[in-house]
Design a protein around this ligand. Structure first.
Ligand code: HEC
Length: 181
């Protein structure tokens, strides 16, 4: 009884607005169950579970996957990328970027991109935004940038909406890691 009261009480503090709106009733059966197993655990379990679910497959190592130097989710889990899946995804990039050294197209060559400072490919005319971004293209930075280039580098010349799917982004980065050295 005391435990249940404590959990419901803590929930009421965290979710004060929801309680005021009368939303506390439906959660009471769930609170009953969790009270016995984890009386001290506060509310934020739902968001953590949602994050873990969205990265679930990404964090499973597989035969052809490489562990990337990228941390995702609230627990900083490593993400794995599949270079052969990334090859297909890279076809989009390839309309503007070559992976060979010294070949600049609409975009600069991506040869040696991992670990390189932004805006340093010789002979490519970068935007001031990209050149002045101060970014070093670590795998983690690429993961952020490729989700939404315009958001990460406002004013970039890279008119590409990005790769929204986290696993697909990881796969492209795995492909870059293996093919742009
Ligand atoms: C529509 C053409 C286009 C597509 C498609 C495109 N890019 Fe780009 N990308 C550019 C341009 C142009 C720049 C130069 C940006 C600037 O100067 O602001 C750039 C810059 C970059 C940079 C920074 C390079 C540096 O030297 O600082 C990276 C990394 C990059 N792109 C990766 C990718 C990847 C990976 C993909 C595919 C997922 C991709 N791009 C798709 C046109 C494109």
């Amino acid at each position: 009884m005391l435990n249940i009261k404590a959990v419901v009480g803590a929930g009421a503090v965290v979710l004060a607005l929801a309680v005021l709106a009368g939303c506390s009733k439906p959660s009471e059966p769930a609170a009953d169950q969790s009270a016995s197993s984890a009386p001290a655990a506060p509310a934020p379990e739902a968001p953590a579970t949602a994050d873990a679910a969205s990265y679930g497959t990404a964090t499973q190592p597989g035969a052809t996957k490489i562990k990337l130097d990228i941390k995702v989710g609230p627990n900083g889990d490593a993400i794995y990328g599949d270079p052969s899946n990334g090859k297909a995804a890279f076809n989009q990039c390839a309309t503007c970027h070559a992976k060979e050294a010294g070949v600049n197209n609409v975009g600069p060559s991506l040869h040696g991109v991992i670990g390189r400072r932004a805006g340093e490919v010789a002979g490519f005319k970068y935007s001031a935004a990209n050149k002045g971004s101060g970014i070093v293209w670590t795998e983690q930075e690429l993961y952020t940038y490729l989700e939404n280039p315009q958001k990460t580098v406002p004013g970039t010349y890279m008119t590409y909406t990005g790769v929204k799917d986290p696993q697909k982004r990881a796969d492209v980065i795995a492909f870059l890691q293996e093919n742009t050295k």
